[in-house]
Design a binder for this molecule. Structure first.
Ligand SMILES: Cc1cc2nc3c(=O)[nH]c(=O)nc-3n(C[C@H](O)[C@H](O)[C@H](O)COP(=O)(O)OP(=O)(O)OC[C@H]3O[C@@H](n4cnc5c(N)ncnc54)[C@H](O)[C@@H]3O)c2cc1C
Length: 406
C-alpha cells in the first residue's frame, strides 16, 4: 500500500476539531485540518464574544494537557466559585460553593474565540497542516484509505476522516448518517451585560416558564447571558429598545445582581436536540456538535465534544499499538461505545430538565420545588451535581484527567 498523505483529516476547526487536531499531532499522527472559514484571531481588548462556554474541570484538564490553558488564562478566562439555581415560582433554590468541595472554583467561563485562538496558535508548532477556506466535496472510503475530493479540484488520501464540522455537518450528511433532529420550541438570546452589583464570581440560573435564564460571570462587573425563551419572545427581546430590554432582564433576574444593562449586540440562536445514529463508519468518525447537539441549559455542549476528542485519541492510540489503521472499524467502535451512551444520558437529562421546568402544571411545580429543595438538602445528591461540574464523576479519557504536574 502506498503512503497516505495524512493519517487523519479533521474537517472543521472549531473548539473541538482544533483540540482534536492538536491532540492527535502530539501523539505523532500526521494531521491535516480543513476549515471552511478564515477564523478571526484578532480583536480589540474592549470587545466581547457573544458566544461563551462554561468549561468543566475535565475540559480544563484537556486544555492543560494540550498546553494551551495558560495562554487562555493570560488572555481572558473567569473562574466562578459559586452558583445559584432557582425556580420562577415557589421556593426551590440550590446553591453550590467551591469551598464545600475544597476546590478553588466550580469551573470557568470563557469566550469561545479565546479557546479557538489558543488552539489555532498551537497547531503549527504541533505539526498540524492547516488549510483554511477549504472544504471537501466528496469522499470514498476504500481498502487503501479515504480519498477526499476538495473544492478546487485537489485530492487527498488519508487513513481517517473526522467530521468536526458542527451541527450542520456536511461530513455526516455525505456519509449518509441519519441524525435524530428535534427543534426545541425555544431560541436562546445571548448578550454581554453590565451588573450593578459586580460579578461576585457567581453563576446564576433562573428557571422560568418559557425557558432558563443563565447569567455567566465575566470580567469585573460583566456577565454573559443565555436567555432561552419562545422563538417569538426571543425576537422581541432582540428587537426591543435597550431600556426596555434592561428592565425585562433585571426583572427576570429578580434584581439579584442589581440593575442589569446590555452592552452592544444581542443575538438569538435556535435550540435543538440532535443526535447522529452512529459516530463511526469505515474510515470515518464524528465528534462534537457534528455528532450531538444538546440544550445549553447546563452548558455541556463543548464539554461533551472535548470528551469525544479525548476518547477518540485514546482509541486511535490503542488501535495503533495493536497494528490497526486509524480508519479500522474495530478502533472506531471502541470510540463510539465509550462516548455514545454518555452523550445520550446527558441529552436525556437536559431534556427532562427542560420539560420539567417549562411546564405550568402544579404537580410538576411541586416536584420541581421538592427537587431543588431536596437537592439543596441532601448531601449525596449535591455531591453528584458538583462532581459533574468538576468532571470527577466519569471514567475519563486520558487527556481529560488531571495533569500530573500543575
Ligand atoms: C446559546 C448557546 C450557548 C452555549 N453555551 C455553552 C456552554 O456554556 N458550555 C458548553 O459546553 N457548550 C455550550 N454551547 C454549545 C457549544 O457552543 C457547542 O457545543 C460547540 O460550539 C461545538 O463545537 P464544535 O467544534 O463541535 O462545533 P462548531 O463550534 O460548530 O465548529 C464547527 C467548525 O467547522 C467549520 N465548518 C463547518 N462546516 C464545514 C465544512 N463543510 N468544511 C470545513 N469546515 C466546516 C465551521 O466553520 C466551524 O469552525 C452553547 C450553545 C449555544 C447555542
Amino acid at each position: 500500500m502506498s503512503k497516505q498523505d495524512f493519517d487523519v483529516a479533521v474537517v472543521g476547526g472549531g473548539m473541538v476539531g482544533a483540540a482534536l487536531a492538536r491532540a492527535l499531532a502530539l501523539q505523532a499522527f500526521s494531521v491535516v485540518l480543513l476549515e471552511a472559514r478564515e477564523p478571526a484571531l484578532d480583536w480589540t481588548a474592549d470587545s466581547y464574544d457573544l458566544r461563551v462556554s462554561a468549561i468543566t474541570r475535565a475540559s480544563q484538564h484537556l486544555l492543560q494537557n494540550l498546553g494551551v490553558w495558560q495562554v487562555m488564562v493570560e488572555d481572558r478566562v473567569t473562574a466562578y466559585q459559586q452558583m445559584h439555581v432557582w425556580d420562577r415560582a415557589g421556593f426551590g433554590e440550590i446553591h453550590f460553593d467551591a469551598a464545600d468541595v475544597a476546590e478553588p472554583d466550580l469551573g470557568h467561563i470563557i469566550e469561545n474565540r479565546v479557546i479557538v485562538r489558543a488552539l489555532w496558535r498551537s497547531l503549527e508548532a504541533a505539526g498540524v497542516a492547516v488549510r483554511t477556506a477549504s472544504q471537501i466535496t466528496g469522499f470514498d472510503a476504500t481498502e487503501d484509505g479515504v480519498h477526499l475530493a476538495l473544492a478546487g479540484g485537489a485530492t487527498l488520501r488519508v487513513g481517517l476522516l473526522v467530521g468536526a464540522d458542527g451541527a450542520k455537518s456536511q461530513v455526516r450528511e455525505m456519509a449518509g448518517i441519519e441524525s435524530r433532529n428535534e427543534p426545541y420550541d425555544q431560541h436562546a438570546v445571548v448578550a454581554t451585560v453590565h451588573a450593578e452589583l459586580g460579578n461576585r464570581s457567581t453563576a446564576w440560573q433562573r428557571f422560568m416558564r418559557d425557558g432558563p435564564l443563565a447569567l455567566l460571570p465575566m470580567q469585573r462587573d460583566l456577565f454573559s447571558i443565555v436567555w432561552s425563551t419562545t422563538p417569538d419572545g426571543a425576537q422581541q427581546l432582540c428587537d426591543m429598545p435597550e431600556d426596555a430590554f434592561n428592565t425585562r432582564l433585571t426583572e427576570a433576574s429578580e434584581a439579584r445582581l442589581g440593575a442589569l444593562s446590555v452592552l452592544g449586540a444581542r443575538a438569538a440562536f435556535p435550540l435543538r436536540l440532535q443526535h447522529a445514529e452512529r459516530y463511526a463508519a469505515p474510515g470515518l468518525a464524528l465528534v462534537g456538535d457534528a455528532a450531538h447537539v444538546i440544550h445549553p441549559l447546563a452548558g455541556q455542549g463543548v464539554n461533551l465534544g472535548f470528551l469525544d476528542a479525548a476518547a477518540l485519541v485514546d482509541a486511535l492510540v490503542e488501535g495503533r499499538s495493536k497494528g490497526r489503521q486509524p480508519g479500522a472499524m474495530r478502533t472506531l467502535r471502541v470510540y463510539e461505545r465509550r462516548r455514545k451512551g454518555h452523550n445520550t444520558a446527558t441529552q436525556l437529562a437536559m431534556d427532562v430538565f427542560k420539560h420539567l421546568f417549562s411546564n405550568d402544571s402544579s404537580a410538576l411545580s411541586l416536584l420541581r420545588n421538592l427537587g431543588l429543595g431536596a437537592a439543596a438538602r441532601l448531601g449525596p445528591l449535591r455531591r453528584t451535581f458538583e462532581k459533574v461540574a468538576l468532571g470527577d464523576g466519569l471514567d475519563l479519557p486520558t487527556l481529560s484527567r488531571r495533569p500530573r504536574s500543575g
